[in-house]
Ligand binder design. Sequence first.
Ligand code: ADP
Ligand code: ZN
Length: 290
Amino acid sequence: MLIGALEAGGTKMVCAICDELGTILEQTRIDTTTPEETIPKIIKFFQDKNIQALGIGAFGPVDVNTNSETYGKILDTPKVAWRHFDLLHALKQELQVPMGLDTDVNASCLGEVTYGSAKGLENVLYLTIGTGIGAGIYINGQLHHGILHPEAGHIPLAKHKEDQYPGKCSYHRTCFEGLASGPAIEERYGLKADKLTENPNVWELEAYYIAQALTTYILTFMPERIILGGGVLHQTQLFPLIRKNVLDNLNGYIHVKQLEEIDQYIVEASLADQQGILGCLKLGLKSIGL
Ligand code: ADP
Ligand code: ZN
């Protein structure tokens, strides 16, 4: 059986044809420009491929509440061309197969839960730090949505006392994303994040902010594992710094084996940047009850 997977990102659309066991058979990448340009290219890729279902992980904010009148629509995004675009309807109209939709980060979380290092766990946090910051949250064996999908990248953080940077988020300035996303690092230091590998202060500060957010997530919903992905986390020297800061923040308050074995608790994404597309595959499978 063939299933389509679409990772609908703000800069690129990754389209894949997969089998139901999790093998990607064919994959392509389409630049995200306007819906008028981009959607026909996506449809062209999936058409005539005999897919039985399509799973979509979309950039947000997007309405993922199946009971809502605007289910499947992109909401108030800064990407003006996509604002209020009915993504699900546009794809359904042409492809006419069952579809499963969630956010891109929830899809990545589901990819890790289904095929990766969080397999078998019931409570998992997947955090991506790239152009933006977002979290996929899996609670009691389900991807979590409330009144909207989580927006855990925009939680307020306490600024480090030596950080003079005013923050990048146009809504909140110094929220997590405003302080620690790739573009925030770039603006603070005037260099692309991947050119700052040799500057330890950059990663000390970055780990300070990431750990602050993780401490809040741990205390709030006690995930069994935390998986960190996205471009910025390619700086793997961050991991020991993040783990140390989390333990310092918790200050001995919680006694669980996960924290004693923190190297296995706060971990890198395990699917070589395929967690998103594989999660989309699983969303497609779920839409036909598999
Ligand atoms: P996106 O979030 O756009 O889907 P990424 O997760 O690749 O894509 O994030 C892109 C951001 O991550 C950019 O701000 C970029 O500077 C940063 N980034 C990419 N690679 C690295 C790296 N090796 N080290 C540090 N930052 C990186
Ligand atoms: Zn914000």
